[in-house]
Design a protein. Sequence first.
Length: 141
Amino acid sequence: MIIYKTQFPIFINNEVMETELGGIKLGRDVNLIPFNDFAHMTSLLNIVMFIPIGFLQGFVVKNNWKKTIIVGFILSLVVESSQLLVNMLIGYNFRTFDVNDLIFNTIGALIGYLILFGIISLLKKVKSSDNRIIEYIKSRG
């Protein structure tokens, strides 16, 4: 889903991209300045898109939060770099490299890990309280 949402559509015909679809022109729309023009819906969507990545890293691979940040950043860098590569090869694209996307994708991965950690902590508390209730019942019994 990440590849689908971040890489497509890709149009080979530059004239269609330029005149009819208004694609992104290489060099004009690449953002290398952090937090330059980031307060819009795509920032939130970038965070939401990477929450499952952080959640699954903690759940399946059992990464700690530092590794989750590193993996989230590297995956985001691969996505953003591939957008830049497609943009360079074709000249126009609907997606392009944005350093803010790197930042917000990485934050999304960390949030996913923290959600998992919160769920695990909550389940441990519930289990602990269940054990205390059982012990209380046994002692009264």
